[in-house]
Ligand binder design. Structure first.
Ligand code: SF4
Length: 360
């Protein structure tokens, strides 16, 4: 076995929970966020680092590093008689031979990716579509050429960036193999969008969602219950539902908000200008939103911040990545919300107590 730790590639800070669930390969094709101003986010994920486009050759070098790691893992599997199958014994043999790989995020990522079939990739960081279309296409084509097993490629994208691409460009990017866009709507309320400095309007969110869907992308929209605190709660719920109704995304993913230390919104909270909602208040906000929704989306509670509990202590909502299919399961979701509202607030896991405010 050649030295595996000699190969490395860049991995960014975050990925959607669903991409973790599918053990997607994480490939960093840009660094950080080109906007980097949202009041709830600035200073957390991307650590106030400047946005950078990466040279195409550098990204290709990373893809080759993934390939080298992958080839060595497969070689060990064949050597042990598993014919390319990736299992626990393959992993432990490699770690025995090269113990430092136990701490290597690159090795662990590629190993888990292969063990899951090597089919899904998530392109990092916050807004891959901001790359020149021709360059993004080059990267995707190269990735698929090196790994023909890839079936799904996904990425984060900002609504404004999607708005700036032409329909033809979006179709081209979709056609080469970018399947799904994860977009942070956060809210559909214009006043709140302005307050959090999202840099986009509700109408631009709608335009982006429709354009992406028309180009054939699967659209995964993130909404943050509690983002507007008590002051914006009702308008946040109703206007988010309005925007979602206009888009009808494939997925609506809820990511409840609590202020993260070091962010501008955390400071407002400390100064008393922002009143954090309680677990029941966030549930009521979701209830208003769900009641107003007229979509055919999957409604997902697949983020750790969805910590509401049943009386038994079990999670109130499934954290499954496919969630609840609307409209069929709308009644079920509303029933669960009522159940959650009957549970004492102190029994709901408020992620603040688990340090989640520091790790949004
Ligand atoms: S666009 Fe996304 S990554 Fe960038 S600052 Fe806003 S929330 Fe953070």
């Amino acid at each position: 076995m050649k030295q595996l730790s000699a190969h490395s590639f860049e991995i960014g800070a975050i990925r959607p929970p669903s991409e973790g669930g599918s053990n997607s390969l994480l490939l960093r094709i840009t660094r950080n966020c080109p906007w980097n101003r949202c009041k709830f986010c600035y200073g957390t994920f991307y650590n106030r680092e400047k946005f950078q486009l990466r040279p195409i050759e550098e990204i290709k070098q990373d893809i080759r590093a993934v390939k080298a790691i992958s080839d060595e893992i497969l070689e060990v599997s064949r050597e042990l008689g598993y014919a390319g199958q990736i299992n626990h014994l393959v992993g432990s043999t490699i770690i025995e031979r090269e113990p430092e790989l136990n701490q290597s995020y690159c090795f662990i990522t590629v190993f888990n990716w292969l063990a899951s079939g090597g089919r899904t990739v998530f392109l990092q960081d916050a807004d891959s579509l901001i790359m020149r279309t021709t360059e993004l296409i080059q990267v995707i084509n190269y990735l698929k050429e090196i790994f023909p097993s890839i079936e799904r490629i996904t990425s984060y994208a900002r609504s404004l960036t999607i708005c700036h691409k032409t329909p033809a460009e979006l179709k081209e990017i979709r056609a080469v193999g970018l399947n799904r866009l994860h977009v942070g709507l956060e809210t559909g309320d214009d006043e709140l969008l302005k307050y959090i400095d999202k840099g986009v309007t509700a109408e631009q969110h709608i335009m982006a969602g429709r354009k992406a869907k028309e180009a054939g992308f699967e659209y995964s929209a993130y909404v943050m219950p509690g983002l507007g605190g008590r002051a914006f709660s009702e308008q946040h719920a109703k206007n988010s539902a309005r925007v979602l109704n206009e888009i009808d995304p494939h997925y609506i993913r809820l990511r409840p908000y609590l202020p993260g230390q070091g962010t501008p919104l955390f400071e407002e909270c400390k100064n008393g200008n922002f009143q954090v909602t309680s677990p029941h208040e966030r549930l009521r906000e979701i209830k208003t939103m769900v009641e107003t929704l007229k979509v055919t989306s999957h409604l997902c509670f697949d983020h750790i911040m969805n910590g509401w509990r049943k009386e038994s202590g079990a999670l109130l909502f499934t954290q499954d990545y496919e969630g609840y299919k609307l409209p069929d399961e709308k009644g079920r979701v509303l029933e669960l919300i009522e159940e959650g509202l009957r549970v004492r607030e102190s029994l709901h896991i408020d992620a603040r107590k688990k340090g989640a405010m520091r790790h949004l």
